[in-house]
Design a protein around this ligand. Structure first.
Ligand code: TA6
Length: 295
């Protein structure tokens, strides 16, 4: 069941939220309100902007992003599902799975009296059903629910990640707190298992790390913007941190050569040994909240 723009505008608009097609023909809504500004596409259920009142967008978007139905948007919050990274068996399958390259269905748009916008989108990726509830206020709350289709009784594993791209003043000046005590898999060092750093995370080269048993809150401290972004989560055992640095940025056609200094990914995930087994009748929730504070 897909929506056309007229139906969305007539049945799913609320004051402060309006639907439109971008200049690539993709359908998205824009929120402009007293609590936040935001933008989200039906394509990939992809949040491309979130600016709490008093802040510029805290999500980074590549100026080179592609907006085609068969490609993921580069930036914002891609949904990685039902696998993370390259497919474990078939390399011809899309990186990070199907969720971010299919058009989701809109289930509801509501606005509370307090001015919180709540949007629910759904999709099916056999044998899974996905519900994605996003609450927009000064906080961005993303709730990804996964269950099995009624026709599929067998418990099935999946990996998932909300692959958030955050905007920073300069990758050279930021630090990430909250991962000091977590082991990590270092994907720029042959996926070796590394011991906890026991100190804040700073950046001086490409970083691609899957932190293990990392359930705590993380903070992205950005002196250049006098801002700290706080990321709290539920039911997520992995935090993934990525900056492609110079060479990898040049190799990505949808990523500007010099854009790497202005972004960092802090991803809320369940991957590898922490992949999730969902059984018939169960619904798994991955929850993350993002807030920004001036300092
Ligand atoms: O963020 C971790 C990661 O798996 C990196 O290895 C890098 O590949 C990144 O995701 C982006 O993947 P994509 O398929 O979106 O280019």
């Amino acid at each position: 069941m897909h929506f056309d723009l007229a139906k969305l505008c007539s049945e799913h608009s609320v004051e402060g939220l309006r639907w439109s097609t971008d200049n690539h023909g993709l359908i998205r809504f824009v929120i402009e309100s007293e609590r936040c500004d935001a933008e989200m596409y039906l394509h990939g259920a992809h949040i491309t902007k979130f600016a709490p009142k008093g802040h510029k967008s805290i999500l980074w978007m590549s100026s080179q992003s592609i907006f085609h139905l068969d490609k993921p948007i580069r930036g914002g919050v891609p949904i990685c599902f039902p696998w993370f990274g390259p497919h474990p068996v078939d390399s011809s399958l899309p990186s990070h799975g199907w969720a971010r390259i299919q058009t989701w269905d809109l289930k509801s748009v509501t606005k509370t009296p307090a001015g919180v916008f709540s949007v629910e989108m759904t999709t099916t990726i056999k044998p899974f059903k996905l519900r994605y509830v996003v609450n927009f206020s000064e906080t961005l709350e993303m709730l990804l629910y996964v269950s099995l289709l009624d026709t599929h009784p067998t418990a099935t594993y999946f990996e998932e990640a909300l692959h958030s791209y955050f905007a920073v003043s300069s990758i050279h000046d930021i630090q990430i707190l909250g991962l000091e005590n977590a082991q990590f898999i270092d994907k720029v060092d042959s996926a070796r298992l590394k011991e906890p750093a026991k100190r804040e995370l700073l950046f001086s080269g490409e970083i691609d790390r899957v932190y293990l048993d990392a359930t705590s809150e993380t903070q992205l401290v950005d002196p250049g913007l006098s801002r700290t972004i706080k990321i709290t989560k539920r039911n997520s055992s992995n935090t993934v941190v990525w900056n492609p640095w110079i060479e990898k940025s040049r190799r990505m056609p949808d990523f500007g050569d010099d854009e790497w200094t202005k972004m960092v990914c802090i991803e809320t995930a369940n991957v590898l040994d922490h992949k999730i087994l969902v059984s018939a009748g169960e619904e798994h929730l991955l929850a993350v909240q993002v807030e920004a504070f001036h300092h």
